[in-house]
Write a protein that binds this ligand. Sequence first.
Ligand code: PMP
Ligand code: GLN
Length: 413
Amino acid sequence: PADRLKGFEKPTVWQEFTPLAAQMQAVNLGQGFPDWPTPDFCKTAAVRAIEDNQNQYCRSAGLPDLASALATHYSPLFGRSLDPDTEVTVSVGVSEGLFAAIHSLVNPGDEVILIEPAFDIYAAQVKMAGGTCVYVPLRPPSPSSSTWSLDWGEVAAAFTPRTRLLLLNTPQNPTGKVFARSELQKLADLVRAHPRALVLSDEVYENLTYPGHEHVRLATLPGMWERTLTLSSAGKTFCVTGWKIGWLLGPTHLIRGVMCCNQYVQFSVATPLQAAVAEMLLQAQKPYMEFPSYYAWLRDEYMRKRTLLVDALRTAGLEPIVPEGGFFIIADTSNIQVPPRYLGESTPASPNPMSRDWAFCRYLTLEAGVAAIPPSAFYKEEHKHLAKNHARFAFCKADSSIVEAKARFLRWR
Ligand code: PMP
Ligand code: GLN
């Protein structure tokens, strides 16, 4: 492999835990993908687009119908009129959108600030582009803070004249933190104080926030539209994580670089699925299942699932940190003793010494029959200890899966 892949040869956390869950026939509360059928209006829209013969390459920056639908959908949310031709571009999910954005903005030696725990693809993509990651960890709720919080001294110290990007994720994976307007304001102040600094705001969970927590788009803060690329995708909102239809929204001068990169990377994104998402964005505004919109129904579903999983985790003697948004729960596992044989193991994805959270998740998958993800995968080496008493559980699962997990926890404890 080329030098830029050095350090990425070992399997990822997903390559270890998704097959392990399948092999053990565990209830998979690990990887975040819905395990129930996709809503009918989404499936119908995709089938219709294929039958309509919308099956060839399309405009590299996105099917015009989807770019227009995105501009119409987001203009009121950003409080400005988005130009579908120059301020919107389509990507192969947020994953590839981030890759194109990072490659269009980061020069070798540029610094990129990551807020830990940070979704694992961020650091890898920054390093592949030759950037240097600068990590700032969130601390879990404590008697002095009701939510995951940043040390503002650490954040300020992370910004330097070499800072090129802040990579923000709100609602956040894996903590479920929804950044408050006051926190975003402080981040925006630091970005504006550094002339080269820009923001990539990963908002894939934008439609999943729970009562008391509002999703605030960083790009709507004063002076931030010019400095921010906002990314989202259809995967989480429409329960179609395998479609990989994503998008970036931002000012022309930043979108232009992403379009330039993408014309040589993906060239064109799956046409019928783009056509379907354009249609779904329209449908989703309409009344759905006795709710005023699909989004209202989705939020209500996830609120119920969150309650179910919180209850199941408590049954197991785990202490869930109730999330403000997204579909993951970090639970404190320190009440449970991990058998020494698990702590002494090593696997290709977690060479010796295995961290406690990794050993805990293997123990749970193998002996309770419930899979979870060790959050140390989302920290740099020196910070992995911060996750030692945590495990991440997904509630984007059928009620029956969560109920079965609870039954297994009861048998196990
Ligand atoms: N960002 C975050 C925070 C995620 O959790 C995910 C889920 N895989 C992604 C990006 C990737 O999104 P997509 O499937 O649209 O590539
Ligand atoms: N975002 C999902 C998760 O965090 C899926 C991750 C992945 O497949 N890479 O579980």
